[in-house]
Design a protein around this ligand. Structure first.
Ligand SMILES: NC(=O)c1ccc[n+]([C@@H]2O[C@H](COP(=O)([O-])OP(=O)(O)OC[C@H]3O[C@@H](n4cnc5c(N)ncnc54)[C@H](O)[C@@H]3O)[C@@H](O)[C@H]2O)c1
Length: 318
């Protein structure tokens, strides 16, 4: 699917709001807006500042007010052009405006292509925590175009690779093999499609994250704590990769793949002296239940299990 086909998804729409961030707008905004408008639909662009700080209730209010000022109706729709920040924020605004209008995701980061645009989780951060306010709202379509990745900085690519490796470890030894060399060009496009397909299957089976979807937390339980303790100096993908490494000690080829991509360790990030803070942070994880935390633990590539671990025993993993 291409942007010029979006209006066909919403036959009663008279206008679309194209929400993007300042970086993506500068690099790709004009072209994408032109392509959407080539089908004859009016498209108004709303640009938010790039960065996680934009995923806020203030920007949610700003977006829905803009939709109202544009006199958008239930039949109109939102197009989110950007990474996970734009997708989560614009999707949440679409889920709440008039109790929910349609939206389309055009992910422009690798992470958004293989992860955040899929599954219908939308939301914003509040000072008390990330993603604490949100809704499940599925996009009408997700338009993946790896051409956007040509302008994506290396550190953002790494965030996506961490998620792709995670998906391969969870579900697909063949994809894991294919990703042993860092993919590029058509190999990357094929790996992106495969990851997206695998994540879509899991969330379709388990929309509200009760069972199988929990597997997608591989690396995230330790990863979130590492991110927090480093005060977000360790980027998300790097933190997930460290988390994966911690729970994958029995499967050395996973550590070897993370090495090959250049992902670091607690030691290389200068965090080896802060293990007690990492454990403390995990004890407060919102996904904890009672006195234990569910870890996703690989037994082999393609064979990962959920394991309930008492908080008092988490230290043995580090
Ligand atoms: N909804 C979900 O299921 C889900 C899943 C995972 C992550 N997330 C959320 O996703 C967010 C992270 O997403 P992200 O990593 O895409 O970050 P992001 O949206 O902040 O994008 C990262 C940076 O890359 C820039 N950028 C985006 N596309 C570009 C391109 N093609 N060329 C050049 N620069 C480009 C952005 O302007 C930004 O500076 C977090 O808020 C996280 O909570 C949501």
């Amino acid at each position: 699917m291409t942007p010029s086909e979006i209006s066909g998804l919403f036959p009663k729409a008279s206008k679309l709001a194209l929400v993007t961030d300042s970086n993506v707008d500068r690099l790709h905004g004009d072209r994408v807006a032109r392509e959407i408008e080539s089908s004859g639909i009016r498209t108004d662009r709303i640009v938010i500042p790039a960065g996680e700080a934009s995923k806020s209730l203030e920007n949610h209010a700003r977006l829905v007010s803009s939709f109202a000022a544009l006199e958008m109706t239930r039949s109109d729709a939102v197009v989110a052009l950007g990474g996970g920040v734009v997708g989560d924020l614009a999707g949440f605004a679409a889920s709440t405006y008039m109790r929910g209008i349609g939206f389309v995701q055009i992910p422009t980061t690798l992470l958004a292509m293989v992860d955040s645009s899929i599954g219908g989780k939308t939301g914003v951060d509040i000072p008390e925590g990330k993603n604490l306010v949100g809704a499940f709202h599925l996009p009408a379509a997700i338009i993946r175009d790896c051409g956007f990745l040509e302008t994506l900085p290396e550190k953002e690519l790494m965030n996506g690779y961490a998620e792709m490796i995670k998906t391969a470890v969870l579900f697909d030894p063949e994809l894991f093999e294919a990703m042993k060399c860092r993919p590029a060009g058509s190999t990357l496009a094929a790996a992106v499609e495969r990851c997206a397909e695998l994540k879509s299957q899991v969330v379709a089976d388990d929309f509200r994250e009760s069972g199988r979807r929990m597997l997608l937390n591989l690396g995230h339980t330790f990863g979130h704590a590492i991110e927090k303790v480093s005060e977000f100096a360790v980027p998300h993908g790097e933190a997930v990769a460290m988390g994966m490494r911690i729970v994958s000690k029995d499967v050395p080829e996973i550590g070897a793949m993370l090495d090959a991509y250049g992902f670091g360790t607690l030691e290389s990030a200068g965090l080896s002296g802060r293990k007690s803070e990492i454990l403390e942070s995990m004890a407060h994880d919102k996904k904890r239940s009672g006195d234990s935390v569910t870890l996703i633990v690989p037994r082999a590539v393609g064979d990962c299990r959920m394991m309930s671990v008492p908080i008092s025993e988490l230290g043995e993993w580090l």
